[in-house]
Design a protein around this ligand. Structure first.
Ligand code: ASP
Ligand code: MG
Length: 620
């Protein structure tokens, strides 16, 4: 017998008939010998309808009243589903978030869960009742007992938090799609259903999977090791399992950690190889990393940024023992990458830097929270650590610094983000045993030992624009200034890349920094940074809105040479130029021209063998 939390989304409870179908499924799960807590969303598009009503009355409705309003949607569904269950002879009782004791911060419309009382739930479960809980809502921890909501899409978060608090065997998210797909089926009909994915991969794929599964729900599943499955309400198909490593005995108090960063990692065993002034045309990265992969050299970070003129710099890091081999490959290839055969100054050049270290901060909490990267840069600036390279992904920011400064950087970051030093071990633990939390039942389609593919999914983001700031003085504190300003204006930054090329202008060494922001923030950011530049001494701020970002994600790429090369090769073969590259351990992102975005997605998806023979039919 298992304790299961099931969650049904709006479409799954969108009508009387559908509520009856859900009641049947719940009933059968109980008949099979399980105890059940059921979390539901508001029926169909109810929440959208309520938002519309509010907007008809006020351009800026109070957040407290929004919570009062929106929380009613779920209350309708819990009562109706309980009635439907009772009607077929299944004892059931409905409860609002407040009645359960889903205690949250007093932050209206975006509250995080602090803890969940389980006594009353457990009492009903012991009486053989199914408890039907309203998703998306809670009660504030303050004296006033205010009704709060968790933010749009928050019922997933309620469900996984309940599963964590009750130490349920697993959590099932029922929805109108069959699970998580390898890419967006509207762009690539050959997208396939994944049988499983790790929570870390899921978080890096946030832009792909956020509609199916709230990132905060994935964060809780990861932190508490809750096995999670996303499956269709309409079929008995097994869906996609989201797996997490065994938890580290985390307390259930402050359940949805308010911390944006939960790990500081470093690696002093790194060296950097940079290829300067390679031609800005398709195929260059493919050629370089193809050759590197053939030599079985495993690269870690890869960075390519943009420049004035028509050449690029590509840099990558490797572990020190293989530096010689990596350098030899780069040196062998450099002469062939000459952009202007008759201008030796323009010749590609290899630059090696040995005594460097990588320091990273990581945490699912940084998704959608501006200012985390800025805080990292500010901390490094205060510690007087200069940043040589920056590379970012959804849940991680990595900086390359001089290895002599590594200890100082790590100590400063740990103190800023309140991370205890033990975190390193848990990081390795985390990665070591990723398939360990499969529930004993129901039986799984794949054995847990099934090997991890190098790439799990491919995502395309067309909603970003790129800003490039020219000629930023190369000294500690500049990155902190720039990203601090953006954070102050509540602008989230996605990919950040600092160029390799250093130019002396007015006697000061300078570099460019390029980064991407959401499309709607582009003009604002450009205006604000141009103004600030006059005072802080940087050059032009260039906006390019015709870009797309395509990313591959997979924990199987760790320690496996050739994955990046394959991605770049697929782009090269299709004459798609790579404008920028940034990587984390389990993710590689490339910026390409916007009109080539969906083609890029298709060819990469295909190159990694993710395309199936059957076309996926997108549900209406
Ligand atoms: N009903 C809420 C929404 O539409 C919460 C949810 O369904 O997850 O955002
Ligand atoms: Mg949802």
């Amino acid at each position: 017998m298992s304790l299961i939390v099931q969650k049904y989304g709006g479409t799954s409870v969108g009508s009387v008939e559908r509520i009856q179908a859900v009641a049947q499924r719940v009933y059968q799960t109980v008949q099979a010998g399980n105890s059940l807590v059921v979390v539901v969303s508001a029926m169909g598009k109810t929440t959208d309808g309520l938002v519309k009503l509010a907007n008809a009355l006020s351009a800026n409705p109070s957040r407290r009243e929004m919570d009062m309003l929106l929380s009613t949607g779920e209350q309708v569904t819990i009562a109706l589903l309980s009635m439907a269950l009772q009607e077929i002879g299944q004892p059931a009782i409905s409860m609002t978030g407040a009645q359960v004791g889903i205690v949250t911060e007093a932050e209206h419309t975006r509250a995080r869960i602090l803890h969940i009382e389980t006594d009353r739930l457990e009492r009903y479960l012991n009486q053989g009742k199914v408890v039907v809980v309203a998703g998306f809502q809670g009660i504030s921890s303050t004296e006033e007992l205010e009704i709060t909501t968790l933010g749009r899409g928050g019922s997933d978060t309620s469900a996984v938090a309940l599963a964590a608090a009750l130490r349920a065997d697993f959590c099932e998210i029922y929805t109108d799609v069959p699970g998580i797909l390898t890419t967006d089926p509207r762009l690539v009909p050959e997208a396939q259903l994944m049988t499983q994915i790790t929570s870390d991969e899921m978080l890096e794929l946030a832009s792909l999977g956020a509609k199916v599964l709230h990132p905060r729900a994935v964060e809780i599943a990861r932190n508490y090791g809750v096995p999670l499955v996303v499956r269709s309400s309409w079929t008995d198909d097994p869906g996609t399992w989201v797996t997490s490593p065994k938890p580290i005995g985390r307390s259930l108090v402050n359940l949805e950690i308010a911390k944006a960063v939960d790990g500081v990692e470093f690696d002093t065993n790194q060296a950097r190889v940079a290829l300067l002034r390679v031609p800005d045309k398709p195929g260059v990265a493919a050629r370089l990393f193809g050759e590197i992969a053939r030599q079985k050299v495993d690269v870690d970070l890869i960075i390519q940024s943009i420049h004035e003129g028509n050449s690029n710099d590509i840099a990558f890091t490797v572990t020190t023992p293989i530096l010689k081999r990596a350098e030899a490959v780069a040196a062998a290839i450099a002469p062939a990458l000459r952009s202007h055969p008759h201008a030796p100054a323009e010749e590609a050049e290899v630059m090696v830097e040995q005594n460097i270290a990588k320091v990273s901060i990581s945490g699912a909490g940084m998704i959608g929270r501006p200012g985390v990267a800025a805080q990292m840069f500010a901390t490094l600036a205060e510690a007087n650590v200069n940043i040589h390279m920056i590379s970012t992904s959804e849940v991680k920011v990595s900086c390359v610094v001089a290895s002599a400064e590594c200890d100082r950087a790590v100590a400063a970051l740990r103190s800023t983000f309140e991370i205890e030093a033990v975190q390193e071990d848990t990081e390795t633990e985390r990665r070591g045993d990723v398939e360990s939390n499969f529930p004993a039942s129901p039986p799984l389609p794949l054995s847990p030992s099934h090997s991890t593919p190098p790439v799990r999914g491919v995502a395309l983001d067309m909603n970003q624009v790129r800003l490039a700031i020219r000629q930023i003085p190369d000294r500690p504190g500049m990155a902190a200034k720039i990203f601090g300003l953006l954070a102050q204006h509540n602008i989230s930054v996605d990919m950040i890349i600092q160029s390799q090329r250093c130019r002396i202008v007015d006697g000061i060494p300078r570099r460019d920094i390029a980064f991407t922001v959401a499309r709607i923030d582009g003009d604002n950011a450009q205006k604000m940074l141009s103004q600030a530049g006059a005072e802080l001494g940087w050059g032009e701020v260039v906006l390019d809105s015709a870009i797309a970002k395509v990313s591959i994600v997979g924990s199987g790429m760790l320690g496996q040479p050739g994955v990046a090369a394959k991605m770049f090769e697929a782009l090269a073969q299709n004459q798609i130029n790579i404008q920028m590259i940034a990587t984390s351990e389990i993710k590689i992102s490339c910026v390409v021209a916007q009109e080539q975005g969906s083609k890029a997605l298709q060819v990469i998806h295909e190159a990694f063998g993710l395309a199936g023979s059957e076309k996926f039919v997108v549900p209406a």
